[in-house]
Each structure stands twice: as structure tokens, then as C-alpha cells.
Write a protein that binds this ligand. Structure first.
Ligand SMILES: [Zn+2]
Ligand SMILES: [Zn+2]
Length: 327
């Protein structure tokens, strides 16, 4: 499926800045019509052959650059329930990378040049959003200690308490990425998204971006959500246990169960910079603008910097010696 402009026939894309479907060719707004095709491997616009990765659900024609959405990978079992549409546009995301990395001493030349940074692409990453319920049962012996003295003795009084907690909590929309290609650590760093801005999915939001269907199963990823729920449940419990000198656990049980799971697409900007044969990836959260990535350290820059420091020490040494000679 592509979105074509009813005015000029151009490819209409979703514009995060205007929060609308816009035609980059005639500048009209909301003039799109969806054009579908039963044939998946040719571009609907120009007829050129198209190749896809196994999980791609939205991409761009390499010949005419029309953004194409693969209907069979956004429908049926792969139809996303929810989406956070891009809120940060490409030029804003580029600006954020430049702000973040532009001032650092050891970035290779070309890293933030216009020609490389304009290759940044917007991707929707598949996520499962889990709803969990947790039941917390806790029993411990707690102590509180009071000390005082008189002229003859120091006194210590230890009081013993039966500490019992019975709590339960609902955790909504715990996110776990469902993409093999996406590094789990990176996606965890991209968080938090503002989940109240999740909307019902519409295919039009994908026009102008790349997307993937989920390619890991909900069941095999649930353990990652469960781990987060257990950690947060533990924290909830600990918040109620202040004031004791010691706590000796008798029983601690956190039982969690899954209530619901939804499939969602979340936006990220990705910039890949190749440096000496290695790809370095940088991401900007497409909703919040949070930047994640480590720059490669340019050896020539480090050497130049080292040489300058060495030179300065040497000059300082010379000045000192000259000053001593003058005495
Ligand atoms: Zn147009
Ligand atoms: Zn094409």
C-alpha cells in the first residue's frame, strides 16, 4: 500500500511536526488516498522490483523512493493494536544528535557532517505491552533498638515486631521489544516512552518510515516483562519497610500473572556511522528525543590531543627552567 496525493500524484508521508499527512511535492495536507496492490514484490508506483527483509513491514522503493507498506505484514495476526506516531521530525532528531555529540573532544571527522547525518532513518520498532498483576505476601521479624544511659549503666532495649504485608498491584503496559535485530540493551535505554500517548494503530502513520512486524513471540518474551514487574513489586514492598533496625525474613512471596498483552509500534530515529569498517549505531527516541549511543574514538584525534598536552608540559618545563636560570 502506498499513500498517493490526490492533487499531484506524489507520495504522501506522515509529518510529525504538523501531525498530519502531508505531500512534500505540492504541500497539500490530508489529500492522501491509499493505493493497494496484491503483488508484493514490485513497487506500486513505478513497477521496479523490491526486495524485503523477512520482517520488514514498511520500507522505501530503491528506485522511485516511494514509501510502501506491506499490507500482509500489518494485518491479521500482525496488525498492531497500538502505535505512538513519530513526534520528533528528522531535522529535530539530527539537531539533537549534534547537540549531544558536537561538543565532545574525540569524535571522528565526518561523524556529524550533513551528508552522513542525513542518512538517518525513522523506524517503528515492534513491542509487546504486557499487563501484569502481582500479589505480594511478606512476613518478617523486625527489631527496633533504643539505647540510653544513667550514671551507672548503658541500657539497650530491643523490641521485636511481627511485620506482615499483604499487597497487590497492577502493572499496565510493561514494554518489551519484539525485534531480533534491535539490541535489547539499547531499547531498554530508549525508555521511557510516554505510554498515555499510545493510539489505535493506523497504517498511514507508517508512510515515510521503516517498520517491522514482530519477529519474536509474545510467550518467549514474557519473562523480560515479568522480571521488571518483580523488580518493581519488590520496590513497592521495600518502600513500606522503613524504620526497623533489622528484618529477618520468615516468608516472602511475589506471585505475578499476566492479564493481557498488546502489540504496539514505537518510533526511533536511527543513524548508522561506519568508522574503520565497524558500524556504530545511534538512536533518538522518536517521541521524547532521548539520545542513545557511544561515539567511536578517533585514534588520530586522540593522538593529536595527546601531542598537544605533551607539548604544553614540555613548554611549561622550559619556562620553569628559564625562570630558575634567571634567579
Ligand atoms: Zn501533492
Ligand atoms: Zn518505485
Amino acid at each position: 500500500m502506498i499513500f498517493r496525493c490526490k492533487n499531484c500524484g506524489g507520495n504522501i508521508v506522515y509529518d510529525p511536526a504538523r501531525k498530519a499527512m502531508c505531500c512534500p511535492h505540492c504541500d497539500s495536507v490530508d489529500s492522501e488516498e491509499a493505493v493497494g496492490s496484491p503483488i508484493m514484490n514490485t513497487c506500486i508506483n513505478c513497477g521496479a522490483p523490491m526486495m524485503f527483509k523477512d520482517h520488514t513491514s514498511a520500507t522505501k522503493c530503491p528506485n522511485c523512493e516511494t514509501y510502501t507498506i506491506l499490507e500482509e505484514r500489518v494485518s491479521g495476526q500482525y496488525k498492531p493494536d497500538m502505535i505512538i506516531p513519530f513526534k520528533i521530525s528528522k531535522d529535530v532528531a539530527q539537531g539533537m544528535l549534534i547537540d549531544e555529540f558536537g561538543k565532545r573532544a574525540f569524535t571522528p571527522t565526518g561523524f556529524l557532517s550533513y551528508s552522513s547525518i542525513s542518512k538517518m532513518q525513522g523506524h517503528y520498532v515492534p513491542f509487546f505491552m504486557y499487563d501484569y498483576h502481582s500479589d505480594i505476601n511478606y512476613h518478617a521479624i523486625g527489631t527496633k533498638v533504643r539505647t540510653w544511659s544513667d550514671s551507672r549503666y548503658n541500657y539497650t532495649e530491643t523490641s521485636y515486631y511481627d511485620v506482615a504485608r499483604e499487597m497487590d498491584g497492577d502493572f499496565d503496559k510493561v514494554p518489551v521489544d519484539a525485534s531480533i535485530d534491535m539490541d535489547d540493551g539499547t531499547m531498554d535505554l530508549m525508555e521511557p516512552y510516554t505510554y498515555r500517548e499510545l493510539e489505535e494503530h493506523q497504517d498511514k502513520y507508517l508512510s515515510g518510515f521503516y517498520a517491522e512486524k514482530y519477529n519474536m513471540e509474545e510467550g518467549e518474551l514474557a519473562y523480560r516483562a515479568e522480571k521488571k514487574v518483580r523488580r518493581d513489586s519488590d520496590e513497592l514492598l521495600n518502600n513500606t519497610l522503613g524504620g526497623y533496625a533489622t528484618l529477618t525474613n520468615v516468608n516472602k512471596n511475589i506471585a505475578v500473572h499476566k492479564r493481557d498483552v498488546k502489540f504496539a509500534l514505537l518510533p526511533i530515529w536511527e543513524y548508522v556511522f561506519n568508522y574503520q569498517g565497524v558500524d556504530y549505531k545511534f538512536h533518538v527516541n522518536g517521541q521524547t528525543g532521548k539520545v542513545v549511543g557511544k561515539t567511536p574514538i578517533s585514534k588520530s584525534r586522540v593522538l593529536a590531543y595527546g601531542a598537544t598536552v605533551f607539548g604544553m608540559i614540555y613548554i611549561a618545563g622550559m619556562l620553569l627552567r628559564m625562570a630558575l636560570m634567571a634567579l
